[in-house]
Design a protein around this ligand. Structure first.
Ligand code: MN
Length: 191
């Protein structure tokens, strides 16, 4: 949040108005999956979505917590070399910003296991919730609003929102380059 010292009467930005970054990356690792990442406290909190996001409010998509990533990783698209963490091809499938819903702080909401938020991406928009369902798994669910749809957005909009490329085109263009901006912290997990 950039707070500029204002003159009396100037409208100041509140924390809840802060635009935070989000990205959904399609990741061809050993298994194809999506990585859903929300900017929280200076890092990208991350969940792996084996089936990707769904715009259908009746569909609950498993979201497995994985390592925090650096903010700069939100713009990474390319191929991570074999043997490196996250090896495989990465596409920036959707990109935008997000805002938390409700008065509760984001950190507290995550600790409690239920984070409601709005996405302002190119493909994913409107109101969503992440709910912790078990020790290992969360659920990502679309709320009912005008952006809800029975259409499978991963099928209708399969290309990179950054470059317009397919995963195969990214893989062909960028082979074996190590990713300089790896995950934050220890190398645990294989997502
Ligand atoms: Mn991944």
């Amino acid at each position: 949040m950039s707070v500029v010292k204002g003159h009396p009467g100037e409208v100041m930005k509140k924390p809840s108005d802060t635009q935070r970054s989000f990205v959904v990356q399609l990741h061809q690792a050993r298994r194809l999956h999506y990585d859903f990442r929300l900017e929280v406290g200076g890092v990208l909190k991350s969940w792996a979505l084996p089936k990707g996001p769904s715009l259908d409010p009746t569909v609950k998509r498993l979201a497995v917590p994985v390592e925090d990533h650096e903010l700069a990783y939100a713009d990474f698209e390319g191929t991570i070399a074999d043997g490196e963490y996250g090896a495989g091809t990465v596409m920036v499938w959707d990109r935008g910003n997000w805002v938390p819903e409700g008065a509760e702080g984001v950190t507290e909401a995550l600790r409690r296991g239920e984070l409601k938020f709005r996405l302002r991406g190119k493909k994913l928009k409107g109101s969503w919730v992440l709910i912790r369902a078990s020790r290992l798994g969360w659920l990502l669910i679309k709320h009912r609003d005008r952006f809800a749809s029975a259409t499978d957005v991963t099928v209708t909009k399969p290309l990179s929102t950054l470059s317009g490329r397919s995963l195969a085109e990214i893989a062909a263009a960028d082979q074996g380059r190590p990713d300089p901006r790896g995950p934050v912290g220890h190398r645990r997990g294989r997502r």
